[in-house]
Design a protein around this ligand. Structure first.
Ligand code: FE2
Length: 186
């Protein structure tokens, strides 16, 4: 049975044993292998949000609820991440920098559709954009091997694909804007 305090303790222990995402990946995979258990503990998604479950300088755990059909522009993390889906779907597009481009533009290199029970590790240098293709809320546990909110990193304008500075507060606001524009939030 998924228990949030135990999950956080397991992630911390995994990180101490191995600073890569390897053991944390196993912890997340185990958690989302019982999506009903995660839903019972975290609650049925009701509104789009980046909910902090745990936040430290070396580890951040978020409950990410994507609004129906919401898309977030390409961004990097500059730390590893593990994404575990417990309801809905996350479609990821992966990008890479165009060599020598003066505005730091990116080009798409691949895609991965994440379904319930999937736990996907993302490397330190990954650039991805995420879409929830469903007409309902999607819920995922995102674990980051660092301070998700403080790290200096980039996002890319969805139209020009030019590099800009990532702003964590603006990212949180986008979830609130999605709620304001939608009809699913309480
Ligand atoms: Fe991301």
């Amino acid at each position: 049975m998924f228990d949030l305090d135990q999950f956080i303790a397991d992630c911390r222990a995994a990180l101490v044993a191995d600073h890569s995402h390897k053991l944390v990946h196993e912890v997340v995979a185990r958690a989302v292998s019982d999506p009903a258990g995660v839903l019972r503990q975290l609650g049925e998604p009701k509104r789009a949000q980046l909910q902090k479950l745990y936040h430290a300088s070396d580890l951040t755990i978020l409950n990410v609820i994507w609004a129906p059909t919401m898309t977030i522009m390409p961004h990097d993390h500059r730390m590893w991440a593990v994404i575990g889906l417990y309801t809905g779907r996350e479609d990821n597009i992966f990008w890479r920098r165009i060599k020598g481009d003066p505005s730091g533009r990116v080009e798409a290199t691949g895609a991965r559709a994440l379904s319930v029970r999937d736990a996907e590790p993302l490397g330190h240098n990954i650039i991805h954009s995420v879409t929830n293709p469903l007409p309902r809320l999607t819920g995922a546990i995102h674990v980051y091997g660092g301070d998700f909110f403080a790290a200096e990193r980039s996002e890319w304008d969805p139209e020009s694909l030019r590099e800009e500075r990532f702003d964590a507060e603006r990212a949180v606001r986008r979830f609130e804007e999605a709620n304001a524009n939608g009809h699913w939030a309480e």
